[in-house]
Design a protein around this ligand. Structure first.
Ligand SMILES: O=[N+]([O-])c1ccc(O[C@@H]2O[C@@H](CO)[C@H](O)[C@H](S[C@@H]3O[C@H](CO)[C@@H](O)[C@H](O)[C@H]3O)[C@@H]2O)cc1
Length: 608
């Protein structure tokens, strides 16, 4: 650590600019380069942190200190890494980041909120703000001050494996939902645009991602090319960034995708020219995971030119995440050869320090367990349950026009059937980015309430509930059920593993619909990350509910099915008839959906 007396940069009473200048003047080139490096926790040993002055560490999707790790285990891990950073000459604290994209989703026992595809349906900015605040508390419960959220992609083709991470096909809903940022970070104290702000220990630095046009790739192919003109770019994909910057978002993550053939990680005109210079964004720009390597296809084809392109484009922090010596050696070499000017390095380091100073990381670098009881708290689960209710869309309520509405269902009846692959499956209900990167099947992944359990919690004690994941027609016919709830949909997936050309629900979903709805009055609940093929089944179905990826609080589904709350949600995405129509978004000249954007039937809550 620096020896001797007063160190201006360590004095919180000093103005932010003075602290940054003082520290910058003390830093060696290697200390500056170290601040630009983010490595994965599995390689972040104290030795590596100290030797290379590493400025940031992350958990990749599903990267946890141990299975079902407790807040204490998380806090100890983060603090161990932090102590190494604090023991360096200048003692600059590292910043630990993680994908808390629908609650603190890597962490066992955390509240898992609906994915963004459902939250966009709520059109409720205040709800998003409350979700952000709850998520920040749960992230801080594990000692982490930085979340790679929100994703403000405008998904224009549901064949994209990340469409569920997008709030809507309509940029105006995406703009509204950026209200999660002040929830995560705290309200911006001044009206100065683009000033990164994090309001203390109960808040976290956020990350608007992925800049820009990630949701517009051809045929929704993940990490591919977005072909559009200025209207498409600034009229559809960019608007959310205006709101995010105005709300003081601390960081922006660059998209893997290309724009008209130019990789965003190499796009100086938009990263520096537009985001930094035009929008006056003053936080730091972070690459995506191996984003530099993936400038080329195949990745890492010409690392030196990719590194040059990425740093020159204006990327400040590199999510390496493993080969940090390769990055450090190469950037040193390009600085030495004056390929990369020191002004670029200083811009990057100043931005990183600005965020670290602003969020109080120098004053409170170490975490404690004061927020541990926030993880998966009852209050947060009730908030998630509210979000589930508001995210549901009632698409059909009666077999034929004029039929008596099927929903809300009577709680008191003789016997009901609950069926389907997604009725008693918490992993399917939560989707990707839950405990692991790709998500999991089954019920022991974390703590939550399946839709089946929720139904059992809600019906009258005398109502018999029979569960059969995939009953045959005879079972249904002979069962003398008063009605059936069939819960089907997609398996969990993330990123490129979710890219789909057919958008069909997983077997035996379709046959379960046929077996059940052919014999008894049925409510079909679709659990999916996007609109899926439903047209062939709709005529057999009495009532149809889109539940998206509701997360751990399945009780929210039963709340609406049985009328404790009314259905209010309106589609935030067009529900296509056939994949042959895609891409097809509201406002398109050719628009012939099964259910249009903005559609949703409503029901009144039961009289108390
Ligand atoms: O087995 N394969 O084929 C495979 C493919 C790609 C992989 O690459 C990596 O897998 C994931 C799990 O390690 C990583 O999280 C990222 S994803 C990236 O990571 C950021 C940090 O988590 C998020 O904020 C961004 O929003 C997201 O785009 C990457 O795609 C790993 C394995």
């Amino acid at each position: 650590a620096a020896t001797g007396g007063y160190l201006k940069y360590k004095d919180p009473k000093q103005p932010l600019g003075a602290r940054i200048r003082d520290l910058m003047n003390r830093m060696t080139l290697q200390e500056k380069i170290g601040q630009m490096v983010q490595i994965e926790r599995t390689v972040a040993t104290p030795q590596v942190m100290k030797k290379y002055f590493i400025g940031s560490v992350l958990s990749g999707g599903g990267s946890v200190p141990s299975p079902k790790a407790t807040p204490a285990t998380w806090v100890n891990m983060v603090n161990e890494i932090q102590k190494a950073s604090l023991s360096t000459r200048l003692g600059i604290p590292m910043i630990y980041g993680i994908d808390a994209v629908h609650g603190h989703n890597n962490v066992y026992g955390a509240t898992i909120f609906p994915h963004n595809v459902g939250l966009g349906v709520t059109r409720d900015p205040n709800l998003l703000k409350r979700i952000g605040a709850a998520t920040a508390l749960e992230v801080r419960a594990t000692g982490i001050p930085y979340a790679f959220a929100p994703c403000i992609a405008v998904c224009r083709d549901p064949r994209w494996g990340r469409c569920y991470e997008s709030y809507s096909e309509d940029y105006r809903i995406v703009q509204q939902m950026t209200e999660i940022i002040p929830g995560l970070q705290g309200d911006l104290p001044t009206k100065r645009r683009g000033v990164p702000f994090v309001g203390g220990k109960s808040k976290v630095a956020a990350c608007a991602k992925h800049f820009v046009g990630d949701g517009g790739t051809v045929r929704g192919i993940d990490e591919n090319n977005t072909v559009t003109d200025k209207n498409g770019l600034f009229g559809i994909h960019m608007p959310g960034y205006y709101n995010a910057v105005n709300k003081g978002v601390a960081t922006v993550m660059v998209s893997y995708s290309a724009l008209n053939g130019l990789r965003m990680h190499a796009n100086k005109e938009l990263v520096t020219g537009f985001l930094k210079n035009k929008l006056k964004f003053r936080g730091f720009v972070i690459s995506d995971w191996q984003g530099i390597d993936r400038i080329t296809n195949p990745p890492h084809l010409n690392y030196s030119s990719s590194l040059y392109a990425g740093i020159s484009a204006g990327i400040d922090m590199i999510m390496v995440p493993y080969n940090y010596t390769e990055f450090i050696d190469e950037i040193n070499s390009q600085i030495k050869k004056k390929l990369i000017p020191m002004s670029r390095i200083d811009d990057a380091v100043k931005r990183i320090l600005r965020v670290k100073f602003t969020m109080g990381l120098f004053e409170e670098p170490l975490a404690d367990l004061s927020f541990a009881n926030q993880l998966g708290s009852k209050e947060h689960r009730e908030l998630a349950r509210e979000a589930v209710r508001k995210s549901l869309v009632l698409l059909k309520n009666g077999k034929k026009k004029g039929d008596k509405p099927v929903l809300p269902l009577p709680k008191k009846t003789g016997k009901i059937l609950v069926a389907g692959t997604h009725a008693d499956n918490l992993g399917n209900q939560c989707g990707g980015w839950t405990i692991t990167w790709q998500g999991l099947n089954g019920n022991d992944l974390t703590v939550g309430t399946t839709i089946l359990t929720a139904v059992k919690n809600t019906v009258a004690p005398t109502t018999q509930v029979v569960y059969n994941a995939n009953p045959d027609a005879n079972f249904v016919k002979s069962g003398k059920f008063d009605y059936a709830i069939v819960v089907v949909g997609e398996p969990p997936y993330a990123e490129m593993f979710g890219d789909s050309t057919n958008l069909t629900i997983s077997e035996p979903g379709p046959s379960t619909i046929g077996n059940v709805c052919g014999s008894v009055k049925c409510v079909v609940v679709v659990v999916s990350g996007r609109p899926v093929v439903m047209q062939p089944y709709v005529s057999k179905i009495d009532a149809l509910v889109a539940a998206w990826l509701p997360g751990t609080e399945g009780q929210g589904v039963a709340d609406a099915l049985f009328g404790d709350y009314g259905f209010t949600g309106k589609l935030a995405r067009t529900w296509f008839k056939s994949v042959k129509q895609l891409p097809m978004n509201v406002g398109d000249k050719y628009y012939d959906p099964l259910y249009p954007f903005g559609y949703g039937l409503t029901t009144k809550p039961n009289k108390l």
